[in-house]
Structure formats: structure tokens, C-alpha cells
Design a protein around this ligand. Structure first.
Ligand code: BES
Ligand code: MN
Ligand code: MN
Length: 454
């Protein structure tokens, strides 16, 4: 059985993951493109070693996509595994207890950028595949598609998917890139939010000015940007962009009830974040605010003097990076345009505003009544001893909606991370428990999925 094989090879699996975690595959920064490629090569080699066929780096205008497959029998169902080998930037590095690309184990957890999102989770699939190959238990055909641009919007994967319908034919897409409520409360994410990501630039005077000589008489772009951003929420913390909620589906009372029945402890949530009170759209619970409501968040804001000491300056420019999380039916492109038109319209005459869209993506809801979902539930029940609860994780994986639109294939989000894993933050980590539990659980998915398809 696969469990014995995994136990025997445990240490090697972890050493291999460590090797991959040491490569800083940061997709957002071109300076790391050689490392990004090295990581793709690593995944390619490991897929070949595990027994996959036709393993190639599919070249794109950006980072390569690793493709590999094992087609054992055309009458069996085919599972398409998607994951990403790129990671978020590690900054601010000084807040890491141990360096982001020197994986270290503390308290049973692997600390490194990408340990959970998504190298650790993606690699579970490579090792689960290896275990099935070596124990003669692979019961489905499998295709791997591991990309290197998830954290920057998957633009090139989108092009690839659109032109490879035949090659990517499958019955289900299996992804481990989300989380669970807790290790003793297994859950499966069934909803991903869409995203609209923009950068804004506000320009005041044509050059930096003395803030005494000109201050008070000329629009300060940082002051203006702050008040424009502040005006994007009203007193109920509703977003003020006209038409923003037009396409938002109102959830039925029953659906809201079931969403709110998921285990959640507000006191622990606040304690974990060291905040006295939560804050969000009036009339909605925390689970609703993060799961099924759209949001408007500033991700970064800068301008003027931020060096040592004080410099009296009225800056010429101010910038912000803004993301809007969207829910099913809201269209990312439409929202981006809506925001852009509105943001420009509310700017006072003393400044010019430029909006640059970054990337976007649509929300996705995954079905809970499908064979694949049932197989995933049963697999988790087998290894966790409890059947998983459906949840709405709040994050985005834009390619999921695209897979459905382009390939007509639905996804199962069998994620093994935890909210507390600090993905995208300093000290990202992934439990050894989660890593090994994932490798154990995945083969059961294949087993049950093929059995249920008979
Ligand atoms: N793995 C995350 C998405 C995620 C995390 C979904 C936790 C649900 C729960 C993914 O790598 C990610 O970070 N996606 C980005 C979007 C992307 C377009 C940059 C996100 O959600 O911010
Ligand atoms: Mn991810
Ligand atoms: Mn991510």
C-alpha cells in the first residue's frame, strides 16, 4: 500500500522539498527569472524520476509551464493536477526569524517562502504520484500542469490553456493550493473570489516642492490620494463605486445559514491577529465578509520622502496598489473599468490620475454534488477520520474559472494548508503533519474517484 511506501521515503521527500524551497522562484521580480527556470527544471526532473511520461517545459512568453502525464488506460478517468512553483516576494526579509529561502523546521513546521503556497502543496502531488507508481496503485490517468506565474496572474497559462484543449482533456482538475479550517476540522474550499488589481498614480505639481514655500497652496498628491481612497467606503463600509454591487448575487438565507454554521471562533480570530475588534461591511459576519462579499483593499501606498530623518517636501507623485475581491457574476474587466472611471472622476482638478490595470480573474464556485467532490470528501475522511466541511476561503485562483470556461472541466480544491500558515507573509510555514497527510490523502482520491466512476 502507498502508506508504507510514504513512510519509508519520508525523509527523502522532505529533503527534496527543501531543495526546491531553497530556490527563490519569485515571479513578480524579473531579477529572479533564472531561479524561476531552475525551479521549473527541478519539478520536471522530479516528475520524470517519479515515472511520468512526456515531461516537458512548455515555453511561454514568460515562465515555463511544466507538463507531464501518465496515461495508463484510456477507459479510466483522467485527473489533471494543477499547481504553481512560483512564490510571492519574501520582503520584508528582516521580519523572518530564519531566512525565507533557507527552509528550517521549528515546532513541527517547515518555515520558508512557498512552503505552503504552493511548493509544499504542489510537491505532495508529485510524491503521491511517485508512491502510486511504485506500489502499482495508480488507478486513473494523470496529467500535471505546474505553472510559474500564478502569483502574477497566470496570463501566459491562460494563452497556453486556450491553445491546448486536446492535450489538457481531463475529467477533473485537482488542486492543492487552498486551506482547511484546522487539522482537526478538515474542510474543502468550494469558492474562490475573483480579482481586479490596479495601480494608481496621482500627480500634483511637475516636481517635488518645498513644503513650506508651496504647502497649503498646491494639491499634495499623497493627501489627495489618501482622501480619495478613504472615500471608497461609506459609513457602513460599503464600496462607493457606482454600480459596484449591480451584479452581486444575494445569497439565500439558507445558504447564509449553512455558510455561518462552519466552525469559527471570533475571539480566537481576534486574539490570533492581536486586534481588539474586527471591521468590515455592516450586516455581514466575518465568514461572509471573507467568503462571499466583494472587497476593496489597498495593498501598498507610497510617495514622498520615506528615508531617514525628516525632509520637508511636497511630493510630485503618490501611488497605490489596490485589489478588489469579486464574487461570482461580477466581471473583473467591468469592475476594473468602473473603478478607473470613478476614481478619475472624483479627483480634484489640482491633480492628474492614471490607473494601470494589473491582472484580474473571475470567481469560481466548485460543485459539492460531483463524483470528484465525493471522492475528495471520502479521501479526507479516510485519513482525517472526519468528513470535510465545505468552506469559502476568500482567496483567488483565477485559472479555475478559466479551466471551466475553456476546457469545460470542474475543479476540486483539496487544500491542506491552514489560514495560520502565513502565506504571502513573513515566516510562511507548512506543518510536517499537513505535508505528509496530503501525500497520504491524494492516492485515496485517485482510488475512490476511479471506483466511483465505474
Ligand atoms: N494559493 C493562493 C490562493 C488561495 C489562498 C486561495 C488561500 C484560498 C485560500 C494563490 O496562490 C494566491 O495567492 N492567489 C492570489 C491571486 C493571484 C492572481 C495573485 C490571491 O488570492 O491574492
Ligand atoms: Mn497559491
Ligand atoms: Mn499565493
Amino acid at each position: 500500500m502507498h502508506i508504507e511506501y510514504i513512510n519509508k521515503n519520508k525523509d527523502r521527500f522532505l529533503n527534496e522539498l527543501f531543495e526546491m524551497l531553497r530556490i527563490p522562484s519569485i515571479s513578480a521580480d524579473k531579477a529572479f527569472s533564472a531561479d524561476v527556470r531552475k525551479t521549473a527544471e527541478f519539478v520536471k526532473t522530479k516528475l520524470i524520476e517519479a515515472g511520468a511520461d512526456n515531461v516537458v517545459l512548455e515555453e511561454t512568453a514568460g515562465n515555463p509551464i511544466v507538463y507531464g502525464e501518465k496515461i495508463i488506460d484510456n477507459t479510466l478517468p483522467t485527473v489533471l493536477v494543477y499547481g504553481h512553483y512560483d512564490v510571492q516576494p519574501s520582503v520584508p526579509d528582516e521580519l523572518w526569524t530564519t531566512p525565507p529561502f533557507e527552509p528550517t523546521i521549528r515546532d513541527g513546521k517547515i518555515y520558508a517562502r512557498g512552503s505552503c503556497d504552493d511548493k509544499g502543496q504542489m510537491y505532495m502531488h508529485v510524491k503521491a504520484f511517485e508512491a502510486m507508481m511504485n506500489t502499482g496503485t495508480l488507478s486513473c490517468n494523470v496529467k500535471f500542469m505546474i505553472e510559474g506565474e500564478e502569483e502574477v496572474g497566470s496570463t501566459n497559462l491562460e494563452i497556453y490553456v486556450k491553445s491546448h484543449h486536446e492535450k489538457l482533456k481531463a475529467d477533473v482538475i485537482l488542486i492543492s493550493d487552498t486551506g482547511m479550517i484546522a487539522n482537526d476540522i478538515p474542510s474543502i474550499d468550494v469558492g474562490l473570489r475573483g480579482l481586479s488589481y490596479v495601480e494608481v498614480e496621482v500627480t500634483g505639481p511637475n516636481r517635488d516642492l518645498h513644503s513650506g514655500v508651496y504647502g497649503g497652496a498646491v494639491a499634495n498628491p499623497i493627501n489627495i490620494l489618501c482622501s480619495m481612497i478613504a472615500s471608497m467606503h461609506d459609513k457602513n463600509r460599503h464600496i462607493t463605486i457606482p454600480g459596484f454591487y449591480d451584479d452581486v448575487n444575494i445569497l439565500s438565507e439558507d445558504d447564509r445559514k449553512s455558510l455561518n454554521s462552519a466552525p469559527f471562533n471570533l475571539e480566537n480570530y481576534k486574539k490570533d491577529l492581536d486586534i481588539e475588534e474586527v471591521m468590515g461591511e455592516n450586516g455581514y459576519t466575518t465568514l461572509e465578509r471573507t467568503g462571499i462579499r466583494p472587497t476593496f483593499e489597498v495593498n501598498g501606498i507610497w510617495g514622498g520622502y520615506i528615508g531617514e530623518g525628516a525632509k520637508t517636501v511636497l511630493p510630485s507623485k503618490a501611488y497605490a496598489k489596490i485589489s478588489m475581491r469579486l464574487i461570482p457574476n461580477q466581471k473583473s474587466e467591468k469592475i476594473t473599468k468602473m473603478f478607473s472611471d470613478y476614481f478619475i472622476s472624483i479627483a480634484p482638478k489640482g491633480v492628474k490620475v492614471k490607473v494601470t490595470p494589473h491582472h484580474g480573474g473571475e470567481a469560481a464556485i466548485t460543485p459539492t454534488d460531483s463524483v470528484a467532490f465525493k471522492a475528495a470528501s471520502k479521501a479526507i475522511e479516510t485519513t482525517y477520520g472526519k468528513s470535510p466541511i465545505p468552506t469559502f476561503g476568500g482567496g483567488s485562483i483565477p485559472i479555475v474559472a478559466l479551466f471551466e470556461k475553456e476546457l469545460g472541466i470542474k475543479t476540486v480544491l483539496m487544500g491542506f494548508g491552514l489560514d495560520s500558515d502565513a502565506i504571502h507573509s513573513p515566516n510562511e510555514h507548512y506543518g510536517l503533519f499537513n505535508f505528509y497527510k496530503g501525500i497520504e490523502t491524494i492516492p485515496y482520491f485517485y482510488k475512490y474517484y476511479s471506483e466511483m466512476n465505474k
